[in-house]
Design a protein around this ligand. Structure first.
Ligand SMILES: Cc1cc2nc3c(=O)[nH]c(=O)nc-3n(C[C@H](O)[C@H](O)[C@H](O)COP(=O)(O)OP(=O)(O)OC[C@H]3O[C@@H](n4cnc5c(N)ncnc54)[C@H](O)[C@@H]3O)c2cc1C
Length: 441
């Protein structure tokens, strides 16, 4: 049995699955006319649509996996669904991926080659949205972000030209694609350098109700300080969603390699804590990606109050705040993923992604499911989440479930933000690609 098979039972590993379960009462977006969505089949088709949008000064909405906030917002201008551009070509370790493919399809295609690319944790998430914003997944300490695996991309620019980008061709555009989001054009093909991966070990643990969360988090933090980069962990503590997914704290750990005993050994200080119960299995990489239904273009995801941050240190004070936040708000969620390792070895100026010195990604907030929160609870969640976010180095745009123009500068270093604005003026002066965390020139 793989982690994917038992997704509805033991320990769920995806924060997004939590969101999904809590969105049973989804909100229909009124006014969106699905027939306006255009599905080009080639890069040339995409270029023709962009030229049309440019001529009419219309904004372009781009949809790959459809999990971003703009896919659900009422249509404005030209809406381009890239799902027909989903080819995956494997040539040695070089992998060409269509701009509309999903990470599940990529993982499936690479399994027979014993290869993998550092991706997100969910099959139906699009390669496009995730990689353009960075991409923090199960292999982030072993290999870096998803965007760190990118070696080239074919892009339809705002002028409707089809250009190649890499470290040698249009390097400024290539730099902006790695963290700057969908601001600079429509990527019709991503070129990745994949990694040989003969096997992985994957541990899933439940933290018992009577086990002190702060002790678990401090021990986990201490383990990760010296752990080999093969180890990436996720810790989440969530409210009850349905009978198969009770409230509770869970720890999941991926090890980039087949040595299950190495994972058990390195995690022992945490798993030896009384009340931490689980097991290590040896699935394929594709099997640790969570199953979730594809994004529904006619339904908005549940609201999420709160925010996230890339943190230099997971200090004791931050841990205490997180634990108090979770126990103080019944509808709250905390989610942490370890960074460091290969993520931290990419030079800050090499990509647009911020905070390479961060050692943890932390999210704290509450799902605003209708009927669950009143105004007082909303205000309390927001105030406490703001206090948690105060020490962060930067915010991660991909995990913001809504458009937040005020937050955009805080998603980058000052130097990167200034450079992104210059590149926006160069590559998209009319800002037709503005349905994203928008960089304004
Ligand atoms: C279920 C779920 C699981 C997640 N897990 C993770 C995770 O493990 N790690 C992580 O880092 N993030 C994760 N995220 C966040 C995820 O990275 C973002 O939601 C991302 O924007 C989703 O990309 P998409 O292609 O599915 O969405 P879309 O809505 O299709 O795209 C989002 C935006 O990206 C841009 N875009 C997408 N494709 C292209 C393209 N080819 N060319 C130009 N612009 C493009 C557009 O601006 C678009 O509005 C998760 C989100 C969800 C809902």
């Amino acid at each position: 049995m793989t982690p994917r098979d038992r997704h509805d039972g033991f320990a769920s590993t995806s924060l997004s699955e939590t969101a999904y379960r809590m969105s049973v009462a989804v909100i229909n977006v009124s006014g969106m006319d699905a027939t306006q969505t255009l599905r080009p089949e080639t890069a040339a088709d995409v270029a023709a649509l962009v030229r049309q949008a440019q001529a009419g000064r219309q904004p372009v909405t781009v949809i790959a996996g459809g999990h971003g906030p703009w896919s659900h917002a009422p249509a404005e201008g030209v809406r381009i669904d890239l799902s027909a551009l989903s080819d995956i070509q494997v040539d040695g370790t070089l992998v060409g991926v269509g701009g509309g493919a999903t990470w599940g399809a990529v993982a499936d295609a690479l399994t027979e080659h014993r290869l993998a690319i550092s991706s997100g944790d969910t099959r139906s998430v699009g390669v496009g949205g995730l990689v353009l914003g960075g991409g923090i997944g199960w292999m982030v300490r072993a290999w870096g972000l998803a965007c760190d695996q990118l070696v080239g991309a074919q892009v339809v620019t705002a002028s409707g030209d089809i250009v190649e980008t890499s470290a040698r061709e249009n390097p400024d555009l290539f730099w902006a694609l790695r963290g700057g989001g969908g601001n600079f054009g429509i990527v019709t093909r991503f070129d990745f350098a994949a990694h040989p991966l003969p096997g992985i070990a994957f541990g899933e643990y439940i933290i018992g109700d009577h086990t002190d969360r702060a002790t678990v988090l401090r021990t986990l933090r201490d383990v990760l300080r010296d752990a080999p980069r093969q180890l990436t962990v996720t810790y989440m503590d969530v409210p009850a969603m349905d009978p198969s997914a009770p409230a509770g704290a869970r720890l999941s750990a991926a090890w980039a390699g087949a040595d299950a005993d190495a994972l058990r050994h390195v995690l022992a200080p945490v798993t030896d804590i009384v009340g931490v119960v689980g097991e290590v299995t040896s699935p394929d990489y594709r099997d640790i990606l969570a199953e979730m239904p594809p994004a529904d273009p006619d339904a908005a995801p549940p609201g999420f109050l709160g925010g996230n941050g890339l943190f230099g240190e997971l200090g004791d004070e931050l841990i205490d705040r997180l634990v108090a936040f979770r126990s103080g708000h019944p509808a709250s969620v905390i989610f942490l993923r370890s960074l460091g390792g290969a993520f931290g070895e990419v030079a800050q100026e090499d990509t647009a992604f911020p905070a390479r010195e961060a050692t943890w990604f932390v999210m704290a907030g509450g799902f605003d499911v209708p009927g669950m929160l009143d105004d007082t609870l909303r205000a309390a969640i927001l105030a406490d989440a703001d206090a948690i976010a105060a020490g962060r180095l930067a915010e991660y745009g991909n995990f913001l479930p809504a458009e937040r123009p005020d937050a955009v500068p805080g998603m980058f270093t000052d130097a990167a933000y200034a450079r992104l604005r210059e590149l926006k003026a160069k590559w998209d002066p009319q800002n037709i690609f503005r349905r994203n965390h928008n960089i304004i020139a």
